[in-house]
Ligand binder design. Structure first.
Ligand code: SF4
Length: 122
């Protein structure tokens, strides 16, 4: 039996997953279907949105914040961070710009979460 707190909304339901049969997981304690999906994913293939920062050359600030547009498998987090760290961006960077397309072949893009203008662009 696994016990989890659902992180899909502020209610934070306490969920139990009976994982004695991995082919037929039984979920209880969730107040909505999102919680059931979250709990099953968490037990079978946990995923997270990855947030980081990336260097920007010629920008009004030296770094731009970024994140994966959707959650990726937890086991890939350090590989995703490595790919982001290898990027060198040139200002301007706009919120929503794709920094790493299809990161680690997940089908998920890493996007900027902030706009960084060129130095002296006003
Ligand atoms: S189970 Fe539903 S209601 Fe409960 S925390 Fe998750 S998303 Fe919110």
């Amino acid at each position: 039996m696994r016990e989890l707190i659902c992180i899909c909304c502020p209610l934070g339901c306490h969920i139990k997953v009976d994982d004695s049969d991995m082919a037929d997981l039984k979920v209880s304690g969730n107040s909505c279907p999102r919680g059931a999906k979250y709990a099953k994913d968490e037990v079978t293939c946990p995923k997270r949105v990855v947030t980081s920062i990336c260097p920007v050359e010629g920008g009004e600030i030296q770094m731009v914040s970024c994140k994966t547009k959707d959650s990726v498998e937890k086991r890939l987090i350090f590989d995703v961070l490595r790919e982001i760290r290898g990027k060198r961006l040139l200002a301007p960077v706009h919120e929503g710009d794709v920094i790493v397309p299809d990161v680690m072949g997940t089908g998920v893009d890493v996007v900027a979460t902030k706009t960084v203008l060129r130095r002296n662009d006003g």
